[in-house]
Each structure stands twice: as structure tokens, then as C-alpha cells.
Design a protein around this ligand. Structure first.
Ligand code: MG
Ligand code: ZN
Length: 222
């Protein structure tokens, strides 16, 4: 079979992209400094649409049982659906609508942190835009990065997106209760994950029932 492999951006885009990514990295460093100064642990929650990022965040807040110490930045193209759902848990939520952008970046997080009331906040959970591609390239300054995937996304989701799974400190396989119905083998997904990123913790969850949430909390050091 003939395969055409992209070697990255076209020549005229290369400088632009390098600039953008390096500017993002320096803003991410500044965000981290500010968060450290404020004694806030920040987690970047990435994953595709429908994998259960919002449900995981809700489950984490519920389990931590300290809603008032949790701040959430909810990234979404246009809606406030997720932010509304998270607010039910008693956390402080700020919505970031990215318009057409398919990822959050360190500049948007800088603005969100500036505008949030952060007194008393110990944990900042950031729900990235639903997408398994570019969020990985844009560190936000968070202390840890989670990638949420679910058995309903089929058996190849991890192998097909090596870059973002390499960036993860914790890989969550959600909707584990549906594995059988989906004919997906969780152990195979775990092997795929370990092959791509041996250092990341791999945790099976059902965010709706609370299964595995304790392990996620421990792995994230919350
Ligand atoms: Mg969501
Ligand atoms: Zn993007």
C-alpha cells in the first residue's frame, strides 16, 4: 500500500508554528509559577468529546468532598453545558469559550486564572476542549495531565493517538462497565497504553458510579 507521510507543516508555516509553541511554553511556565505561588495544584484534563471528562471532574469533586476548595476552568467551543454541570458540585467554575479553537492554550489559562477568585482554592481542574490531537502540544502550566478515553471509542483509540498519550501522567479508561457490550478488551488497551507511555498510571473507571475515582485521586496527588 502506498503511504504518504506528512513531515509536519509546510515550509511557510514552520516558523509561525515554532513561534506559537515556544510562546505557549513560556506562558505555561509563568502560569505554573503563579499557581505554585498560590499553592494551587492544577490538572489538565484532556480527551475526546464524550469520553467523560466532565463526568470525571464531577466525580473527583464529589469524592474530594471539598467543593469550595476546587476551581474549574471549563473549556468548550461555544456552550456552557459542562460548566453548568460542574457548578452543581459546588466548585467555582469559569467558562472559557474558544470559538473555533480546538484546544486550550496557556494564554487562555492565564486570562482565566487572572479573572478567577482563587482565595481558598487548592485544586484547579482544567477541562480541555474535546479532542485527542492538539491539546497535547499546548501545555497550560498544569502540574499533571490526564487523558480520558473510554471503551465506547473502540479498540484503537490509544494506538491512533500516541502523541497525546505520551504527554499523560495518568491515563483513564472510562465507561469500563460497558467494555463487554462494546467488545473492547481493557487489558489490550492497557498494554497499548504501557507500550506508548510506560510511566503513566493506567486507571479503569466508571465516572458515573465512582469506580476507580479513588485511584485517580491518588495518582494525581490530590
Ligand atoms: Mg465535557
Ligand atoms: Zn487545536
Amino acid at each position: 500500500m502506498k503511504i504518504i507521510k506528512s513531515k509536519g507543516p509546510e515550509i511557510f508555516d514552520i516558523e509561525l508554528e515554532k513561534d506559537l509553541l515556544s510562546k505557549n511554553r513560556s506562558l505555561a511556565k509563568a502560569n505554573r509559577k503563579k499557581l505554585d505561588r498560590l499553592n494551587i495544584t492544577a490538572i489538565d484534563v484532556m480527551g475526546s468529546i464524550g469520553s467523560g471528562k466532565t463526568s470525571l471532574i464531577k466525580a473527583l469533586i464529589k469524592k474530594l468532598n471539598r467543593g469550595e476548595e476546587v476551581g474549574v476552568i471549563a473549556g468548550d467551543l461555544t456552550t456552557t453545558i459542562d460548566a453548568d454541570r460542574i457548578q452543581e458540585e459546588g466548585a467555582r467554575v469559569i467558562q472559557v469559550n474558544t470559538g473555533k479553537e480546538c484546544h486550550l492554550d496557556a494564554n487562555l489559562i492565564r486570562q482565566a486564572i487572572d479573572q478567577m477568585k482563587l482565595e481558598g482554592v487548592k485544586f484547579l481542574l482544567i477541562e480541555n476542549v474535546g479532542n485527542l490531537i492538539c491539546p497535547g502540544e499546548f501545555p497550560l502550566g498544569a502540574h499533571k495531565r490526564v487523558v480520558v478515553t473510554s471503551v465506547t471509542e473502540g479498540p484503537y483509540m490509544i494506538l491512533k493517538h500516541p502523541y497525546i498519550f505520551k504527554q499523560a501522567d495518568v491515563i483513564v479508561l472510562n465507561k469500563i462497565d460497558l467494555a463487554k457490550a462494546m467488545k473492547v478488551n481493557p487489558s489490550q488497551l492497557e498494554r497499548d497504553a504501557k507500550q506508548i507511555n510506560p510511566k503513566a498510571s493506567f486507571i479503569k473507571t466508571n465516572a458515573l458510579s465512582g469506580k476507580g475515582i479513588d485511584q485517580v485521586i491518588r495518582a494525581l496527588g490530590l
